[in-house]
Ligand binder design. Structure first.
Ligand SMILES: *Cc1c(COP(=O)(O)O)cnc(C)c1O
Length: 374
């Protein structure tokens, strides 16, 4: 069997173990400690927010953002439909209702026109949305100018799901620094990883201290265990924050490598009729976490599934684009504002192996498969 080529696997930079050893040597083996504090500081300063809370996952970060924004049972929260389910699930943790918005064709992210239609529609039903969750899919920033100005106009806070977009730029500003909250994920498949983990970012100091309070079981200030709020166990371990500190040292290198992988595919595939890459908006710079293409079988002569199966037979992982949330069985009854874009992307779109661990031999294998195909 050929060596497996992954979509995106963990890639250690080399200094992670030094930080882990330091945590062991000082016995900071807890969901708090100096690595956690430093990891928060370094990530906040890299992204350009004044505050950050390191958490157990990106999902936990979205959940806490919703709680802090006061989302309660029966409230409505607007969410990009074309995303991973973790963007939307925390809305339901709060027993609130997700309202899904389809994508536009220029970034594959939330369509600002549909967003405004939805906000007006919900307000006319007496249900002003409590928050808007926008996603930067595969690293490509959404149309933040338009989305920010609409949300400002209707006075609705933005939660910016930058889980896939650490290191991406929108008009020279980092993804994750635009919303009232930004969220990051350090899951194993993301551009840098702590094996599992997340970060809540904000320029509002009160928001982040509330997040830290809620993430550590909401203990009141008392010598005994006293609680006036429901708390969560959502903090990041000091050991894992050590991995994060090591990974930060190679983040810029990983962004460069992901862009090289993207250029490899452009060179290989851009002449093939019917293949189109995820478009890039002017004034944005995607971290290219995953290279994503659509395949129009009428012009290319083969379908997305054809290519996926061919790669799979050679032990090479690729994956269809996200199945939109408004098409998921679990969200069938949720309101949705739809234009058909994400459904079509889901039918024809494929994420190509974008693993920074790929070596020259791996690229050659992929090249040879493409050569035999075309
Ligand atoms: C990975 C991911 C998340 C969730 O992050 P976890 O750390 O896995 O909980 C949320 N949103 C998007 C778009 C993601 O890709």
């Amino acid at each position: 069997m050929n060596k497996k080529i992954w979509l995106s696997s963990p890639n250690m930079g080399g200094e992670e173990l030094t930080y882990i050893h330091e945590a062991f040597d000082t016995n900071w083996i807890a969901p708090l400690g100096p690595h956690v504090n430093n990891f928060e500081k370094e990530v906040a300063s890299y992204v350009g927010t004044t505050h950050a809370a390191a958490l157990s996952s990106g999902t936990a970060a979205i959940h806490l953002a919703l709680i802090i924004l006061g989302v309660k049972a029966g409230d409505e929260v607007i969410c990009q439909s074309f995303t991973f389910s973790a963007s939307a699930n925390p809305i339901v943790y709060q027993q609130a209702v997700p309202v899904f918005i389809d994508s536009e064709k220029e970034t594959w992210n939330m369509d600002p026109v549909l967003l405004e239609t939805a906000i007006k529609g919900r307000i006319s039903k007496g249900k002003k949305p409590k928050a808007v969750i926008v996603v930067h899919l595969y690293g490509q920033p959404a149309k933040m100018d338009e989305i920010t100005s609409i949300c400002k106009h209707y006075d609705i806070p933005i939660i910016e799901d930058a889980a896939e977009a650490l290191g991406s730029l929108y008009q020279n500003k980092m993804a994750g620094s635009f919303g009232q909250f930004g969220i990051l994920s350090f899951n194993g498949n993301k551009i840098i990883t702590t094996s599992g983990g997340g970060m809540l970012l904000s320029d509002n100091e009160n928001y982040i201290s509330e997040a830290r309070f809620l993430a550590t079981q909401a203990r009141d200030d008392a010598p005994h265990y006293q609680h006036s709020h429901i708390g969560y166990n959502y903090r990041m371990s000091n050991v894992l924050a050590g991995i994060g500190l090591g990974q930060l040292k190679v983040l810029e290198k990983r962004v460069k490598q992901k862009n090289e992988i993207y250029r490899f595919y452009v060179k290989e595939l851009s002449e093939i009729p019917g293949i189109h890459f995820q478009p890039e908006l002017k004034n944005t710079k995607s971290n290219k976490w995953l290279t994503a293409v659509t395949i129009d079988a009428i012009h290319s002569g083969f379908s997305r599934e054809d290519l996926r199966h061919i790669l799979n037979k050679e032990n090479i992982e690729s994956r269809p684009l996200w199945k939109p949330m408004h098409l998921q069985p679990i969200f069938q009854s949720a309101p949705a504002y739809v234009n058909g874009t994400s459904e079509k992307l889901f039918q024809n779109g494929l994420c190509l192996p974008s693993d920074t661990n790929m070596n020259q031999e791996d690229f050659s294998r992929i090249h040879n498969i493409f050569k035999s195909l075309f």
